[in-house]
Design a protein around this ligand. Structure first.
Ligand code: SAH
Length: 296
């Protein structure tokens, strides 16, 4: 599962597997990151109203392997087959991204990724009119597609302006965040514990033919030791603490972003600074579905 493939695109059906895990160590607390001033989802609308209009930004090159070649040749394509009936979503999506930028996400690469991914393709058709509002939406099995702002924010914090080789997402859900990640990292691994959602993500992602995503069905609390270490790890579900196995699967210098807490949750950034040393920082409040162990 871990070796690089030389021929692309790969069918997603060829890249599924299961996750088994290991244990790890625990972090200490030394802040090393300055969160953006305007950043909480709950206050995002109010903040947007108080924030001066964001500077216009241009679609940055997204370094997904297949895309980067095209981009180098000036042939950037959104992750979407051209369909005239969907043209309207481009403008609506751009407006969504502008709102996310006004709320404080500044990383142009991340904003470009949000603009490239057709979010409406990851939700039920009955909800497609709401695809580009800044909200989480139901995807079945009591789970949700994350709010675009929080997707952008977490990826921005994880990336910290650096180059991401290999990243891991815990909680694939419908596959939306994995698609966004595929625009900013070389290789994306994503684990889902609910089989029908793992299948849903596969069928959502297949037509987009994204070559650098590998989906796994398994318990993400165990991580993916066979593909570790990761430069970045994102949890899309909240636990009472970050599983130790995941801390162990970060590269030195790697960054993990996770919602932590039960009723009251906050984003936590953990950076691995040595073989047995981590720093931790608490960022803004958030609201996520719970992280659960095992598979169903
Ligand atoms: N990444 C998604 C958000 C999915 S919601 C997006 O693109 O919007 C969170 C997902 O985490 C749910 O599908 C839930 O089933 C999953 N999840 C919760 N605990 C998990 C675990 N231990 N391992 C893998 N997935 C888990």
């Amino acid at each position: 599962m871990t070796e690089k493939r030389s021929t692309f695109p790969l069918p997603l059906s060829s890249v599924t597997g299961s996750a088994k895990g290991s244990s790890g160590a625990k972090g200490s607390s030394t802040p090393s990151y300055s969160p953006a001033k305007v950043a909480t989802p709950q206050t995002a609308t109010r903040n947007a109203a108080h924030t001066p209009a964001a500077k216009p930004w241009s679609l940055p090159p997204a370094p997904g392997r297949a895309q980067s070649d095209a981009l180098a040749r000036g042939q950037a394509q959104p992750l979407q087959a051209p369909r005239p009936d969907l043209m309207v979503s481009d403008a609506i999506r751009r407006a969504m991204v502008q709102r996310v930028a006004k709320q404080g996400v500044q990383d142009a690469l991340v904003l470009g990724a949000l603009e490239a991914v057709p979010r409406h393709r990851f939700i039920d058709e009955a909800l497609s009119a709401q695809a580009y509002i800044d909200a989480s939406l139901p995807i079945g099995h009591h789970q949700t597609i994350s709010q675009p702002y929080i997707v952008g924010r977490m990826i921005e914090v994880m990336r910290n302006g650096g180059k991401l080789q290999r990243v891991l997402e815990i909680g694939t859900g419908c596959g939306y965040q994995a698609a966004v990640l595929s625009c900013v990292a070389q290789d994306v691994y994503s684990i889902e514990r609910i089989k029908p959602l793992h299948e849903l993500a596969k069928s959502n992602l297949r037509p987009l033919r994204i070559p650098n995503i590998r989906l796994h069905y398994g318990d993400g609390m165990l991580g993916l030791p066979q593909a570790a270490p990761f430069d970045g790890i994102i949890l899309a579900a909240a636990g009472i603490e970050v599983p130790q196995a995941l801390l162990e699967q970060l590269t030195i210098g790697g960054r993990l972003v996770a919602p932590v807490g039960v009723r009251v949750q906050h984003l936590q950034l953990i950076t691995r600074i040595g073989k047995s040393e981590w720093t931790s920082e608490t960022l803004e409040d958030c609201h996520f579905v719970p992280l659960r162990s095992g598979t169903v």
